[in-house]
Design a protein around this ligand. Structure first.
Ligand code: XMP
Length: 519
């Protein structure tokens, strides 16, 4: 898909660094397509991209260790530019006849490197010395023939090396992380000055090519999609709708555990505003009756996932002959599921998406966002005209409020939670803290009652916990330092406006050891 926009991109070979995904993001931010491949991927798989150059990522091993991943022969034989980063630099050195050995002083963290003034084009536009992020235990001791040092630090005589004639470069530091403030300039120089890439990777190009690809794949067949209201499924729906119009039917299942006003907003946006063929199913009763008496979090998740698939399948069957199932899978999901199949890769996070995939229907998958990062999905969403509150919607778990309604999930408790949550979210929106300042914020209803006093009356009512976190990757998170007066206003409004709640607490746990959700 999207061959034109991908043309002129680069291939990133993954040697196992935790930063490899970041390299791809940094490259794409320059408007150049980048795709990740395991370092040992078959040459034909990697070269199907017809890359303008190769980037070799960092990695946790030593290049001289038995069985260590090496630079593939086809990369060296290609005559195309190569940039080795950290392990990538060492692997390049090792492969081309230089020497890598354990360093006496390991370099972890910030360092300052002095750049050789005559080392254009990699340093074009950069000052004489820059701050970088180092993370290595081995170092280059002897350069391969043809290479020259391009930069040094106190601990590394070869902080960067290159053989400009062969367009082979290596940097010992990590230009892809924020701690290397001028890293983007280095990557830009490599892409445009060394590889001769063109900035063709834009939302508009992606949209145009996705449309053509979807049309070619679907022909006159019909497509079904599960719309959740989140940005990934929303952008998927919009793209497919643009490509094949009413051949797409989107199914939105309201399981009764959405937030206040959410089901209405989904219908309003996609059906009325954008004219999608949308089947909105109110399945609250089916879900809630199966959840009766259930308090165990895992059991809740399982029941909801299973009921979701059942409901989706039943609706999809009423549509008649459907050939395709569209899904909003994005690149990090693809990378993570690939990582799960590789014994040497570190598992990043466990995925717990709810259903959506019909179990025994014979459908072909369409996943137009398969190669996009989240920020790219948002840019495409904006280019497609989706409203801001969908594009910037905070993540919401598939099982919805069920995992925030601790204890038994009843309609009455859900309503209580919905109202408390809406008050909190409204206050954050007014304070401009929904997009900046919190990555995820919500209310949870606790399965305890506490004593309170209202007027002259003793109350014995439920407790609401407010949770707001800052994070970029959702794997670790810190509790958001919300202003005390904002919390005071929210607390006051909740106990006054939500019957059945007499106490509000703020969750000050980080992840780990807590998780973001309460269940
Ligand atoms: P935790 O609670 O594990 O959550 O720190 C990390 C992120 O994942 C979201 N989450 C889910 N998303 N289905 C989803 O699609 C789920 O079952 C689910 N559980 C948690 C959570 O909201 C947070 O963004």
């Amino acid at each position: 898909m999207s061959d034109q926009a991908k043309r002129g991109g680069v291939a990133i070979l993954d040697f196992g660094s935790q930063y490899t995904q970041l390299i791809a993001r940094r490259v794409r931010e320059q408007g150049v397509y980048a795709e990740l491949y395991p370092a040992g991927a078959p040459p034909e798989t990697v070269n199907a991209l017809d890359p303008r150059g190769y980037i070799l990522s960092g990695g946790p091993n030593s290049v001289y260790a038995p069985g260590a991943l090496q630079v593939p022969g086809y990369v060296l034989a290609s005559g195309r530019p190569v940039l080795g980063i950290c392990y990538g630099l060492q692997a390049l050195t090792h492969a081309l006849g230089g020497r890598v050995a354990p360093a006496q002083a390991h370099e972890y963290g910030p360092a300052r490197v002095t750049l050789r003034a005559d080392a254009a084009p990699l340093w074009t536009g950069l000052p004489d010395a820059i701050d970088v992020w180092m993370s290595h235990g081995d170092r280059v001791e002897a350069l391969p023939p043809g290479f020259a040092p391009l930069a040094h630090s106190d601990n590394s005589p070869y902080a960067a090396i290159g053989d400009p004639a062969r367009r082979l470069y290596g940097v010992q530091f990590h230009p892809e992380v924020n701690h290397t403030p001028r890293g983007a300039d280095i990557l830009r120089n490599f892409l445009f000055e060394v590889c001769g890439c063109a900035p063709t990777w834009t939302p508009a190009a992606f949209i145009a090519e996705s449309e053509a690809a979807i049309r070619a794949q679907v022909g006159d067949g019909r497509v079904v999609l599960g719309l959740s209201g989140g940005v990934d499924s929303a952008v998927t729906a919009m793209l497919i709708h643009r490509a094949v119009g009413d051949q797409l039917t989107s199914i939105f299942i309201d399981h009764g555990m959405m937030r206040l006003g959410e089901p209405e907003q989904v219908v309003e946006t996609f059906q009325r505003q954008f004219g999608l063929r949308l089947v909105a199913v109110n399945a609250s009763e089916a879900f809630l009756s199966r959840l009766e008496g259930v308090t165990d979090p895992e059991q809740k998740r399982w029941i909801i996932g299973e009921q979701f698939v059942r409901t989706f399948e039943a609706e999809a069957r009423t549509l008649g002959a459907v050939a395709f199932l569209a899904q909003g899978t994005i690149y990090p999901d693809v990378i993570e599921s690939a990582a799960r199949d590789r014994p040497d890769a570190h598992r990043i996070k466990s995925h717990h998406n709810v259903g959506g995939l019909p179990m025994d229907m014979d459908l072909k998958l369409i996943e137009p966002l398969r190669y996009l990062f989240k920020d790219e999905v948002r840019k495409v969403g904006a280019a497609l005209g989706l409203p801001e509150d969908i594009i910037w919607r905070q993540p919401f778990p598939g099982p919805g409020l069920a995992v925030r309604c601790l204890g038994e999930v009843t309609w009455e408790r859900l309503e209580r939670l919905r109202r408390a949550d809406a008050i909190f979210i409204e206050a954050l929106r007014e304070a401009d803290m929904l997009r900046d300042g919190t990555a995820q914020a919500f209310a949870a209803l606790l399965p305890v009652r506490s004593v309170g006093v209202m007027g002259d009356t003793r109350t014995y009512a439920e407790v609401v916990a407010l949770r707001a976190v800052t994070t970029t990757d959702f794997m670790t998170a810190d509790w958001a330092r919300l202003p005390a007066d904002l919390l005071a206003r929210v607390s006051n409004r909740i106990v006054n406006e939500v019957p059945g709640v007499n106490r509000v607490v703020y969750d000050i746990s980080s992840k780990p050891p807590a998780t973001i959700e309460w269940e």
